[in-house]
Design a protein around this ligand. Structure first.
Ligand code: SAM
Length: 285
């Protein structure tokens, strides 16, 4: 089961509000539940809104949040901004916890995991093309670029893997792993290669850029945006986009990033690469 990360840290940035609070990546809804509990303790009842792009995760969130009044959408965190603008809503707190849910990893049929044999799928949203199809329609150069840029694989090795990938066009996670092994990659690096492909399949960095283009419009002055990321590429984008607006829009809270404490990592090893940034909207430019 998915264990949410940095929950106490996120909750520590909440302030009493009766207005709108958004969770842009519901997952199983654990962060939303924790935030709602914290608000109830503060004696306030904000309007809770949440979304997840993945229909399976969304269904779990809706079931886990059935006791909480709120509006839940099977949408991307980019599209929820459009929905909010349409409904003239601005939020006092907006969270995104980007990446993969543990349930994605456990479901072999989703093709996310190096540990389970399954179709090379990796889609959060059924409207996209699968990882296997993306490989077929991509050039060798594109495949190498993604391995290098999103997976931190050296350029020479990335081209070698890309060449064999194009030649064999893997259809399953096992075939993909065999290619990595045949290229002499250590098993330690397989997760990075899988992650690089997942990021490409779901256009995850593009979503993040589009999100930053518009998020300032749906955060109230003094409202806060909390971002949890697990990948250095995502964190680089977040850092860069915060800097672009620092003088006009955003004040960074919590210095740079917050990482899980030792005790959290002991309980949940998957949390070790999580990083939290929290920023506050200062004013409209
Ligand atoms: C790390 S999990 C979130 C876990 C959640 N905070 C919880 O407490 O259970 C990330 C979630 O983001 C979802 N996701 C990924 N890309 C998304 C996007 N562009 N828009 C909305 N949800 C997205 C995934 O389906 C996944 O369920």
């Amino acid at each position: 089961m998915h264990i949410p990360v940095l929950v106490e840290e996120v909750v520590s940035f909440l302030r009493p509000t009766d207005r709108v609070v958004v969770d842009g990546t519901l997952g199983h809804g654990w962060h939303t539940r924790a935030m709602r509990d914290a608000y109830v303790q503060m004696g306030v009842h904000p309007q809770m809104i949440g979304c997840d792009i993945d229909p399976a995760m969304f269904a779990k969130a809706v079931s886990n949040l059935s006791h909480i009044p709120g509006q839940w959408y099977n949408q991307s965190y980019q599209d929820i901004i459009t929905t909010m603008k349409h409904d003239n809503l601005v939020s006092d707190f907006f969270l995104i916890d980007i990446g993969i849910n543990w349930d994605h990893i456990l479901d072999a049929n989703r093709g996310f995991s190096i540990h389970h044999h399954g179709p090379l799928d990796m889609r959060f949203c059924p409207h996209r093309i699968s990882a296997a199809d993306l490989i077929v329609s991509s050039s060798r150069h594109d495949i190498a670029y993604r391995l290098h840029a999103y997976g931190d694989i050296g350029e020479k090795k990335a081209y070698e893997i890309a060449w064999l990938t194009k030649k064999l066009c893997p259809q399953t996670t096992t075939e993909r792993k065999k290619i990595l092994s045949d290229c002499g990659l250590g098993q330690r690096v397989y997760p990075q290669c899988f992650q690089a492909l997942r990021i490409a399949v779901n256009d995850e960095l593009w979503w993040l850029h589009r999100f930053f283009d518009q998020i300032g419009e749906v955060i109230a002055p003094g409202g806060r945006l909390a971002l949890i990321s697990f990948h250095s590429g995502e964190d680089r984008i977040i850092k860069h986009r915060i800097k672009m607006r620092t003088t006009h829009w955003w004040r960074q809270l919590c210095g740079k990033t917050l990482s899980p404490r030792y005790q959290e990592i002991q309980k949940n090893r998957a949390s070790r690469s999580a990083r939290l940034r929290v920023i506050e909207k200062v004013s409209h430019d």
